[in-house]
Design a protein around this ligand. Structure first.
Ligand code: DP6
Length: 327
């Protein structure tokens, strides 16, 4: 008998060139291409078992039953996989992350990458990496990138089939470090999905999207050439552009806290003083300090002297999604 169960592990990623806003919200086709680094050490492990005795999906996240909202998003994703595989059964889903959700560390990326790999394998689908990436994107846009390790680009795509990610360079290519300065572990009040819908209400969004290919090209080159100064400039500009869109949408979204701004200013000064470090911030207040491995210990030491910091996560470039074959 076919064992309809599988477990997968995936890591979140930090976008160097971010997407914000979807050209097609239902398909989660992003308004612009994006580029990220997959993060080692942080991970979500998800087990899925289809069981024809179940009368609904049973979803547990970090030891608790999923909220109605989270559960319906998971069920919607499982419905896609049920349609593709022809398997009608409901599933038990158990997901465990080793980092806080909803605070600007892309938990939906690792969660939907792991769910996609585990559920499609459990359902007997034999998908290649591109197909997994397309399917993961339907669950969460940034999850398409977490299918791959290292440095990853996500095409914006005109149709479902061409909205996928691919690896630009493997994790070993460049030993950058992401020091995530955690200023809050609270769940953000406006999640990315709601935020994406507001993006077109900002007059800055059209300009940001129009300029995205230029930023992508500069960022790709900087990564391939391991040119930190160029990377730093474009990563910070991209993050500031996205937050400008957020702050000028209707209603405005303010993800940055005073502590975030303070860290951004410190990072700018440290770089002027010669450290290879830059900042980037997702849809939350926590600051990702991207640095060279060589300077990362000094940056961490300096970060620890700033008031109001709850924690620092240290992440190197990590691997893509993997099925856990011990299960
Ligand atoms: C700011 O992938 O979290 O992190 O599809 O609603 O889950 P959903 O959105 P999500 O959006 C990512 C937004 C971002 C930028 C990025 O990672 O590119």
């Amino acid at each position: 008998m076919l064992d309809k169960r599988a477990t997968a592990i995936a890591s979140p990623n930090i976008a160097f060139i971010k997407y914000w806003g979807n050209r097609d919200p239902a398909l989660r086709l992003p308004a612009n291409a994006s580029l990220s680094m997959t993060l080692a050490n942080l991970q979500t492990e998800t087990a899925v078992q289809f069981d024809n005795l179940l009368e609904s999906d049973q979803i547990e996240i970090n030891g608790n039953p999923a909220s109605v909202q989270a559960a319906s998003r998971v069920t919607e994703h499982l419905d896609l996989i049920r349609t593709l595989s022809g398997l009608p059964s409901f599933a038990n889903v158990c997901s465990l992350s080793n980092f806080p959700a909803g605070a600007g560390i892309a938990s939906s990326a690792s969660a939907f990458a792991a769910l996609t790999a585990a559920a499609s394998s459990a359902a007997g689908l034999d998908l290649d990496m591109k197909q997994l990436s397309i399917l993961a994107r339907r669950g969460s846009g940034s999850a398409a990138r977490s299918i791959f390790g290292g440095f990853v680009q996500l095409f914006s795509g005109e149709t479902d089939e061409d909205g996928y990610a691919e690896q630009l360079a493997p994790a070993e290519h460049w030993h950058l470090v992401d020091l995530i300065a955690v200023v809050t572990k609270e769940h953000k009040s406006t999640g990315s999905s709601a935020g994406h819908l507001l993006a077109p209400t900002s007059p800055i969004q059209a300009v940001r999207v129009q300029d995205a290919d230029r930023r992508m090209a500069i960022c790709k080159n900087a990564i391939l050439q391991k040119d930190f100064q160029t990377l730093a400039q474009i990563v910070e500009q991209d993050s500031n552009l996205m937050h400008s869109v957020m702050m000028t949408s209707d209603p405005p979204l303010h993800y940055l806290e005073p502590e975030s701004i303070s860290i951004m200013k410190h990072v700018t000064r440290w770089r002027e003083d010669g450290l290879a470090v830059c900042y980037t911030i997702d849809a939350g207040p926590n600051v990702h300090c991207i640095c060279s491995f060589e300077d990362s210990h000094e940056v961490e030491r300096q970060l620890r002297s700033i008031d109001g910091l709850l924690d620092i996560y240290r992440c190197s470039p990590g691997n893509g999604v993997a099925l856990n074959t011990n299960n």
